[in-house]
Design a protein around this ligand. Structure first.
Ligand SMILES: Cc1cc2nc3c(=O)[nH]c(=O)nc-3n(C[C@H](O)[C@H](O)[C@H](O)COP(=O)(O)O)c2cc1C
Length: 308
């Protein structure tokens, strides 16, 4: 009922761990998978270890909504290869999120991830508080990176989209034309919070990326718009904290969903979401969650009527 086939990756729940949240050590990733996730996306891994920005780098600004500027802190691909091998020895569907500082270094990292056993790579071209965001705001750069990786890798390539652009559809189409197998919509939204007493931004980096509850309706709208144009699957991401949020993403056109911020409280939320989804499908006499993809597109918007 909840099984999804995502570009050949067969997963038992449509709920996937989003990159950057608890996705660095294999023991935590295994625990999350055993709690009911369909697949794991790792923290974004780059060519060399990176410390990221100083604290404070994460703050909760309203209940369930966070601002972060972790700055792509990660142990580097050469260290991370062992984590990938360990997870794959438990037969867990694994998407390795990667970044680089040039097309070549993206390719080097992707190669190493593929060789270590990754089932797919997710290209982070979208982190709003790191250099990689410059790729995700430019359709030519997006096309050339995706195309290079497509020509050299055997495993599927997912592209994580940056919502901080004027036209997300242009970038998504560039990714699709370059050979992307799926896109993830969305990464965090560029944002800032200022402490009125110190008169300084709360985050050490100044600005950061907004995630969690507040961004869910924005992400749903992006998925809805992308579904009208793209031929490849869309993975919804942003503010999922209930089974209803997952259903909304599917109705908008998602083929799977990632969850991140909501896991900060309690990972038992994964089981609650899975059983809520199964009940919803049973009540609606739907055999597979894949049968509800895009159903909200039956809706027709209204013409504006003039006042009498
Ligand atoms: C603390 C933190 C770290 C993150 N690190 C990454 C990262 O390394 N790579 C990436 O592509 N996205 C990263 N993200 C973005 C999430 O994967 C996700 O796109 C975003 O948080 C929206 O989903 P959510 O509302 O379910 O958290 C990070 C988010 C948070 C909150």
């Amino acid at each position: 009922m909840l099984e999804v086939n995502l570009c050949g990756l067969k997963i038992t729940s449509p709920l996937i761990l989003a990159s950057g949240i608890l996705g660095v050590s294999y023991s935590t990733m295994i625990r999350l998978f055993n709690s009911g996730l369909g697949a794991i996306t790792t923290k974004s891994i780059g060519p060399i270890p990176r410390r990221g920005y100083r604290n404070p780098s994460i703050v909760e600004i309203t209940p369930g909504t966070f601002l972060n500027s972790v700055g792509l802190a990660n142990p580097g691909i050469d260290y991370f290869i062992n984590e990938i091998k360990e997870i794959k020895s438990h037969n867990i569907p694994l998407i390795v999120s990667i970044f680089g500082d040039s097309n070549k270094s993206y390719l080097d990292v992707a190669f190493k991830a593929e060789k270590a056993g990754a089932d797919a790579v997710e290209l982070n071209i979208s982190c709003p508080h790191a250099e990689v965001s410059s790729i995700g705001i430019d359709k030519k750069l997006t096309y050339s990176l995706v195309n290079l990786l497509k020509q050299n890798l055997k495993i599927p390539i997912f592209v994580k989209l940056n919502p901080n652009v004027t036209n997300l559809i242009d970038i998504a189409l560039a990714a699709e034309n370059g050979g992307a197998d799926a896109v993830i919509a969305i990464n965090t939204i560029s944002a800032m919070k200022i402490d009125i007493n110190t008169k300084c931004p709360l985050l050490s980096h100044g600005s950061g990326g907004l995630s969690g509850k507040a961004i869910h309706p924005i992400a749903v709208k992006h998925v809805y718009d992308l579904y009208k144009i793209l031929k490849i699957p869309i993975i919804g991401c942003g503010g999922v904290e209930s089974w209803q949020d997952v259903v909304e993403f599917f109705l908008a056109g998602a083929s799977a969903v990632q969850i991140g911020t909501a896991l900060h409280k309690d990972i038992s939320i994964i089981k609650t979401i899975n059983s809520g989804l199964s009940n919803f499908l049973k009540l609606n006499k739907v055999k597979s969650i894949m049968d509800i993809i895009g159903l909200a597109h039956q809706f027709e918007t209204q013409e504006v009527s003039e006042c009498d």
